[in-house]
Design a protein around this ligand. Structure first.
Ligand code: SAM
Length: 270
C-alpha cells in the first residue's frame, strides 16, 4: 500500500482530534511517567497526551516514515520510533499504552489485545479508540461499495479493515477483564460538520479509502474512481440549509486499568 500522506491526513486535524481529546479526558491516571502512543501518525494524538502530561516520557510508534517526519518536526522532545505494531514491544512496561485511530489496521485483536496488555505497568492503563463497524458506519462505505460493484472495479474490492478487525464491546471486555481492575467501554457518534460532500471524499481518501486507491496503478485510474465515488458521496451526504454536510462517524473506546497489586505479567523486551 502506498505510504500515508501527512498533508492529506492533517486536512481534518481539528475534527480528527475530537475523539483523542475525549479519550484522554476520560483517563483516570495519576501522573503516568511512561506513555507510548501506538500508530502515532503525524503526532496529533501524541500532542494531546503531551499537553495533559507534559512531564511524562512520551514515545510515539508508527511504521510510516512520512508520518513520523511530520510528527518529529512538530514535537522534537518526544522519542519517535519506526516500528510495525504487529511485532513491536517496548523496552520496559508503560504506565499508559495508548492508541488513537490506528489499531483497526492491525489484524487479530483477540491476540493483539492480550499482547498489548502485557506492556502495561502495574497501576497503568491500556486505552484506545477505533472506528466502530456496523450500520452506523455505512453511508460512505455503501457509496464506496456501489462504485466497486460496477464493471471494471470489482477486482478492487478489498477486505474492510474496520469490519474485519474491530471487535464488539463484549469482545474487548472478554479479552481485557480477566487482568484488569476496571474496564470502561463505550461507542460515541461524532457528527462532523464539513464544508461540503467533497470534504467527505477528502477525509476518506486520507484513511479508509486507501486500500482501494492503492490497487489502482495510474493517477488517471485513481482520478476516475474518485470522480465516481464523489458522485455517490454527493448523493449520500445532502447539504444542510447552510450548505454544509454532516458526516456521522461512530467510534469505539476502550480503557482497561491494571491494579497496582498485580504483577505486570510476562514481559518481553524488543
Ligand atoms: C489514522 S492514523 C492515526 C494517527 C494518530 N494516532 C492520530 O490520532 O492522528 C493511523 C496510523 O497508524 C499507522 N499504522 C497502521 N498500521 C500500522 C502498523 N502495522 N504498525 C505501525 N503503524 C501502523 C499508520 O502509519 C498511520 O500513521
Amino acid at each position: 500500500m502506498p505510504g500515508w500522506d501527512p498533508q492529506q491526513y492533517l486536512k481534518f486535524e481539528r475534527d480528527r482530534s475530537l475523539a483523542v481529546r475525549d479519550l484522554v479526558a476520560r483517563l483516570a491516571l495519576d501522573r503516568p511517567t511512561r506513555i507510548v502512543d501506538l500508530g502515532c501518525g503525524t503526532g496529533t494524538s501524541t500532542r494531546v497526551l503531551h499537553r495533559r502530561w507534559p512531564r511524562a516520557r512520551l514515545t510515539g510508534v508508527d511504521q510510516s516514515p512520512e508520518m513520523l517526519r511530520e510528527a518529529r518536526a512538530a514535537l522534537p522532545s518526544v522519542r519517535w520510533v519506526r516500528a510495525d505494531l504487529r511485532t513491536w514491544a517496548p523496552r520496559s512496561p508503560q504506565d499508559l499504552v495508548f492508541s488513537n485511530a490506528a489499531l483497526q489496521w492491525l489484524p487479530d485483536h483477540r491476540r493483539l489485545l492480550p499482547r498489548l496488555w502485557r506492556h502495561v505497568a502495574p497501576g497503568g492503563a491500556l486505552a484506545f479508540q477505533v472506528p466502530a463497524p456496523g450500520p452506523a458506519r455505512e453511508p460512505w462505505a455503501r457509496a464506496r461499495d456501489r462504485v466497486l460493484r460496477r464493471p471494471g472495479y470489482r477486482r478492487l474490492r478489498a477486505a474492510d479493515p474496520v469490519e474485519e478487525n474491530v471487535l464488539s464491546l463484549a469482545g474487548y471486555y472478554d479479552r481485557l477483564a480477566p487482568g484488569a481492575t476496571r474496564v470502561e467501554l463505550w461507542d460515541q457518534e461524532y457528527g462532523h460538520v464539513l464544508p461540503g460532500p467533497e470534504s467527505v471524499v477528502e477525509w476518506t481518501k486520507g484513511t479508509a479509502l486507501r486500500p482501494v486507491l492503492a490497487k489502482l496503478r495510474s493517477e488517471e485510474a485513481r482520478a476516475d474512481f474518485t470522480r465516481r465515488y464523489a458522485t455517490e458521496i454527493a448523493r449520500t451526504y445532502r447539504r444542510r440549509r447552510d450548505g454544509r454536510v454532516l458526516f456521522p462517524f461512530l467510534r469505539r473506546f476502550v480503557i482497561a486499568y491494571r491494579g497496582r497489586g498485580r504483577r505486570a505479567g510476562p514481559h518481553r523486551n524488543a
